[in-house]
Design a protein around this ligand. Structure first.
Ligand SMILES: [Zn+2]
Length: 499
C-alpha cells in the first residue's frame, strides 16, 4: 500500500510542478559550474595520455569560459564569456581586440556589456564591426593577466550565401562557426584584425583552452569540438559542458535529425553524424577518417585528441576543418548521387581525408590562414595525395595527382607564387594555385631532399611546431636543416612573390 501512496504523491507532485513550470526558455536549468582558472583537470579527457603534459606547459595560453544559449528557433544565440588573457608578448599592451565574425559572416553579433577585471569599460566596434576594440586604462604588463567578460547576442544567417554557409541555420541544421568573440592574435605585425578575404579560411588564432557550456533545446543532437564532460537535461532544455584543449577555435553543429555511429580505435574514438537516411555515407566518412588518422599519426605525429567528429551540414564548401572535427557537405553523404558524373563517394573520401589532414596542418601546427594559406592548404592537399598512394598504390596516387593537376590547369599552369595572402589571388587563381599547384611544390621538395629525408623533415616540422604557429620561413629553415642544402632557388620558383 505504501508504494501506491508514494506513487500518488509523486503523481500529485508532478502535476503541481507542471502547473507551476515557467516557460521553456526560463526553465530552471542545472548549474554546471566552470572549474577555477588554474584547474585544468577537466581538460585532460580531451587529450590522449601522450599529450597531456601540454596542459602544464602552456600556463599563459588564453582560457575561455564560454556560455552559449541556443534559442528554440536555432537562429538566436545569447552568450557570455569570461576570457583570461595573458600578455605573452615582449611589450606591454594598451589595448586588446576580439574578432566578431558573425558581423562578417552574413548576420549580426551585438555586444551588450564588456568588463575588464570586474569593471565596466568603454569599447568600440571597428573594421565594419568585425572587431571589438578594448582600450586598457592601465597597460597590461609582460606576463600579466586580465579577465575580460563579454555579453553578446548572435543572430545566425538563414541562408548559406556568405563564406560557404559556415555560420548558418538551414534545413534544421545549425552550423555555429566562430560564433563567440575570439581573441585576436598579436604577433610581429601587431594585432591581426584584418577583414578576411571571402574565398579563404577566415581565422588565424592561437591555441587556447576552452570550457564551453551549451544550453540548448533538449532534442537537439549537439556535436562540438572537444569532449562533452557533463550533460544534464530538464523537460525542455539540456546543458552540456565541453572541454577542448589546447584548441584554436570552438565549433558546434546541431540538429534534431542527426543519428550517429561511433567506432573505438583505442586512444581515440571517431563519431560520424548524419540524418538516418544517409547512414551509409556516414559509415564511409568514418572509414576514410579512420584510415587517414592512422596514416597521418604514423607519418607526422600521433593524433592528439581522444575524439574526432565528422558532421554533415549544408555548407556550400565540400568540407571545413575545425579543432577535433570537420563539417562535410551533406550532399556528399548520398552515395547514390553524382556531381557532373563523378560519384559522391569519390568526393566524400577525398574531402574527409583532406579535412582530417588539417588536424595536423592548420590545427596542431598553426599558421596565418589569411596571409600564408599555402602552409596548411597546399600541404594538406599533398598529404591527401600521399593517402591515395598509401591506400590504393600508384594508380590511386596518379588519379589524385591528376585531379590536382586539373585544378592547376584551370589557370593554364600559371606559375603564380604560393606565398601570397588569400586576398592577393584572383577568384580563379586561389583554388588553382593553393589547392592545385601547391601540392606539386611539396613533390618537388621531396625530390630535392630525397624521400627519406623529406619524411623525417615533415615529421620534425610537425612535432617541433606542434601547438605553435609555423611560417613560410620556419618551414624552410627546418627543411634546410634536414637536407643540409639551400632551398633559395626552389622557394624562388614556387613560393616567393615576384619582386
Ligand atoms: Zn583545406
Amino acid at each position: 500500500m505504501k508504494r501506491s501512496i508514494s506513487l500518488l504523491i509523486l503523481f500529485l507532485f508532478a502535476l503541481t510542478s507542471c502547473q507551476t513550470s515557467t516557460p521553456s526558455t526560463q526553465e530552471e536549468v542545472p548549474d554546471i559550474p566552470f572549474p577555477d582558472w588554474g584547474d585544468r583537470s577537466a581538460l585532460e579527457s580531451s587529450l590522449i595520455p601522450l599529450y597531456q603534459d601540454i596542459l602544464g606547459e602552456m600556463p599563459d595560453a588564453t582560457i575561455y569560459h564560454l556560455d552559449l544559449n541556443i534559442n528554440e528557433d536555432l537562429i538566436h544565440i545569447s552568450g557570455q564569456e569570461e576570457v583570461r588573457y595573458t600578455n605573452q608578448e615582449s611589450i606591454a599592451l594598451d589595448e586588446i581586440y576580439f574578432h566578431l565574425m558573425p558581423n562578417y559572416l552574413g548576420e549580426e553579433m551585438k555586444i551588450s556589456a564588456v568588463q575588464v577585471s570586474g569593471a565596466d569599460v568603454d569599447y568600440s566596434l571597428e573594421k565594419q564591426k568585425t572587431v571589438l576594440h578594448i582600450p586598457l586604462e592601465t597597460p597590461l604588463g609582460i606576463g600579466k593577466s586580465l579577465i575580460v567578460k563579454i555579453d553578446f547576442q548572435t543572430t545566425v544567417p538563414i541562408e548559406l550565401e556568405t563564406n560557404y554557409g559556415i555560420l548558418a541555420s538551414t534545413e534544421g541544421i545549425l552550423s555555429l562557426a566562430h560564433a563567440y568573440p575570439m581573441i585576436a592574435v598579436y604577433d610581429d605585425e601587431g594585432w591581426n584584425i584584418d577583414i578576411p578575404s571571402a574565398q579563404g579560411d577566415v581565422t588565424y588564432l592561437d591555441m587556447s583552452f576552452y570550457l564551453v557550456r551549451v544550453n540548448a533545446p533538449k532534442d537537439l543532437v549537439l556535436v562540438a569540438s572537444g569532449n562533452e564532460i557533463t550533460h544534464q537535461s530538464t523537460n525542455e532544455r539540456q546543458v552540456a559542458l565541453y572541454a577542448a584543449a589546447p584548441a584554436r577555435d570552438f565549433y558546434l553543429a546541431a540538429s534534431e535529425g542527426y543519428v550517429h555511429i561511433q567506432e573505438d580505435f583505442g586512444d581515440y574514438v571517431i563519431n560520424s553524424y548524419a540524418p538516418a537516411d544517409l547512414e551509409k555515407g556516414a559509415q564511409m566518412a568514418m572509414d576514410a577518417a579512420a584510415a587517414s588518422i592512422d596514416l597521418f599519426s604514423k607519418k607526422f605525429a600521433p593524433y592528439p585528441y581522444t575524439e574526432f567528429d565528422i558532421v554533415s551540414t549544408p555548407t556550400l564548401a565540400l568540407g571545413i576543418e575545425y579543432p577535433g572535427m570537420t563539417a562535410i557537405n551533406i550532399d556528399l553523404f548520398d552515395l547514390s548521387a553524382n556531381f557532373g558524373g563523378t560519384p559522391a563517394s569519390i568526393y566524400l573520401e577525398s574531402t574527409v581525408v583532406h579535412e582530417v589532414g588539417h588536424q595536423w596542418f592548420y590545427h596542431l601546427v598553426g599558421n596565418d590562414q589569411l596571409d600564408e594559406p599555402w602552409l596548411d592548404e597546399s600541404l594538406t592537399q599533398y598529404i591527401t595525395w600521399q593517402y591515395y598512394l598509401d591506400e590504393y598504390g600508384s594508380n590511386g596516387g596518379a588519379g589524385f595527382a591528376q585531379s590536382l593537376n586539373g585544378r592547376w590547369q584551370r589557370v593554364d599552369h600559371a606559375e603564380v607564387p604560393l606565398g601570397l595572402p588569400v586576398g592577393e589571388y584572383s577568384e580563379g587563381e586561389y583554388s588553382a594555385i593553393i589547392y592545385g599547384r601547391g601540392a606539386f611544390f611539396f613533390e618537388a621538395l621531396a625530390e630535392e631532399m630525397g624521400e627519406e629525408v623529406f619524411d623525417t623533415f615533415l615529421a620534425d616540422y610537425t612535432q617541433s611546431q606542434a601547438w605553435d604557429i609555423a611560417s613560410t620561413e620556419s618551414l624552410r629553415e627546418i627543411a634546410e636543416k634536414h637536407c643540409d642544402c639551400d632551398l633559395e632557388d626552389l622557394y624562388a620558383t614556387w613560393i616567393y612573390p615576384v619582386e
